[in-house]
Design a protein around this ligand. Structure first.
Ligand code: SF4
Length: 195
């Protein structure tokens, strides 16, 4: 039988010492993720930003604060009940998108996390985690809000909160409006898990 706690600690040690891609040269901290290991929902973002790189914690910058707000005010979802991580565990310089080779190098870590947590729902935010996990070139604008399957786990693509920071309109059909709808849909699915 797998000793989950030992396997989790070993995985974190491997991430901390990882030099599998060039992002190891510029990072201050690795950012493996945060939250309960037995969470039934995992949120996956793109990669750490500056504040995450300095603190070692995911989604603590402006986009992270917006995510917390949307989850709590839009869906009544306590972010502390979720496991939150990113597609790559080290900050891409100047907050650029991770390159395909960096995503490939880091992907095993994410998959190992998902294997150990074994959630019921995975939420991918933005193209960076959504396209590789679904093995598609389809963009987040058409995928968001539609339930998908990833190895038997429900996968729900949503916009990344940093996209909303660049689109402040709340008009019907705007990214913020759609994000609000998606959070409500996510909450409804989480509530079904409790029944
Ligand atoms: Fe290793 Fe991932 Fe960091 Fe690249 S981004 S150095 S693969 S932990």
């Amino acid at each position: 039988m797998i000793d989950i706690k030992s396997a989790w600690e070993e995985l974190h040690r491997r991430i901390e010492s990882c030099t599998k891609c060039e992002l190891c040269n510029t990072r201050h901290c690795t950012v493996p993720g945060e939250g309960p290991i037995d969470s039934r929902v995992v949120i996956i973002g793109e990669g750490p930003g500056q504040e995450e790189d300095e603190s070692g914690k995911p989604f603590v910058g402006k986009a992270g604060r917006l995510l917390t707000d949307i989850l709590e005010k839009g869906g009544g979802i306590d972010r502390r009940s979720l496991y939150i991580t990113n597609m790559v565990k080290c900050r891409p310089p100047a907050n650029r998108n991770p390159k395909p080779e960096e995503i490939s190098a880091c992907r095993d870590f994410l998959e190992a996390q998902l294997l150990l947590i074994h959630p019921d729902i995975v939420v991918t935010m933005g193209n960076v985690p959504t396209q590789p996990l679904l093995n598609t070139k389809q963009g987040i604008t058409s995928l968001r809000g539609q339930w998908q399957d990833w190895r038997g786990i429900k996968l729900f693509p949503m916009f990344h909160p940093s996209y909303l920071l660049r689109n402040e309109s709340k008009a019907v059909g705007s990214p913020r409006y759609l994000m609000w709808q998606d959070v409500k849909e996510l909450k409804a699915e989480i509530d079904k898990l409790k029944n």
